[in-house]
Design a protein around this ligand. Structure first.
Ligand SMILES: CCCCCCCCCCCCCCCC(=O)SCCNC(=O)CCNC(=O)[C@H](O)C(C)(C)COP(=O)(O)OP(=O)(O)OC[C@H]1O[C@@H](n2cnc3c(N)ncnc32)[C@H](O)[C@@H]1OP(=O)(O)O
Length: 150
C-alpha cells in the first residue's frame, strides 16, 4: 500500500497517534476503501489493559486519530486535493464518545471510519474497531477544521 496511505500526505507529523515522524507513536496507516477509511493495526505486547486485552485508552487514541485523519482526507477529496493535501484543511478533535462493546484481543484489529455529517467546519465521523470481523469498540468523533488565517 505504500504511496496511498493518508498519513503519507500529512507530513511532517509527530502526532502520537498518526504521525509517521514519531517513532514512539502508534504509527497508524489509513487508506480509502470505497466511502470508508480503513486501517489495520497490530498492538505491541505492552499495550494491555485487562489481562490479554488491549488497553481502552489505546483504542480511544486509535479511533481519535483515524477519525480525524479520515475527516481531513474527506475534506481534501471534496476540495479536489486528493494527491497533495491542502495544509489549510487542518483539523483537531472537538469531542469524542467511545463505547466499549467487547474486550479487544491482542492481535490485529481493523478500524473502519465513515463521515456521517458535515456542518460548516464540523465533521462528524463514526469509527468501529473490529477484531476478526466482530465490532469491539465504536466511536463518534467531531473533528473541527481550524479557521483559515486572514
Ligand atoms: C498538508 C500537510 C499538513 C502537515 C501537518 C500535518 C499534521 C497532521 C496532524 C493531524 C493531527 C491529528 C490530531 C489528532 C487528534 C488530536 O489529538 S487533536 C488534540 C485535541 N484537541 C484539541 O486540542 C482541540 C482544542 N480546541 C481548540 O483548539 C478549539 O476549541 C477548536 C476545536 C479549534 C475550535 O475553536 P474555534 O475554531 O475558535 O471554534 P468556534 O469558532 O468557537 O466554533 C466553531 C464551531 O465548532 C463548535 N465547537 C467548537 N469547539 C467545540 C468542541 N470542543 N466540541 C464541539 N463543538 C465545538 C462551535 O460550537 C461552532 O459550531 P457552530 O456554531 O459553527 O455550529
Amino acid at each position: 500500500m505504500t504511496g496511498t496511505y493518508i498519513q503519507e500526505k500529512l507530513r511532517p507529523n509527530h502526532c502520537f497517534g498518526c504521525g509517521l515522524d514519531n517513532p514512539y507513536g502508534l504509527q497508524i496507516h489509513s487508506f480509502w476503501e470505497g466511502d470508508e477509511v480503513v486501517c489495520r493495526w497490530t498492538p505491541k505486547h505492552y499495550m494491555t489493559g485487562p489481562p490479554n486485552f488491549l488497553y481502552g485508552g489505546i483504542s480511544a487514541s486509535l479511533i481519535d486519530c483515524h477519525s480525524v485523519n479520515a475527516a481531513v482526507a474527506y475534506a481534501n477529496r471534496q476540495a479536489g486535493h486528493e494527491e497533495a493535501f491542502d495544509p489549510e484543511l487542518f483539523m483537531v478533535t472537538g469531542t469524542m464518545t467511545i463505547k466499549y462493546h467487547k474486550p479487544v484481543p491482542m492481535h490485529e484489529v481493523e478500524l473502519r471510519a465513515r463521515i456521517a455529517k458535515v456542518e460548516g467546519r464540523k465533521y462528524l465521523v463514526h469509527t468501529d474497531i473490529l477484531s476478526n470481523g466482530e465490532r469491539c469498540v465504536s466511536g463518534e468523533v467531531l473533528a473541527i477544521r481550524i479557521a483559515r488565517m486572514g
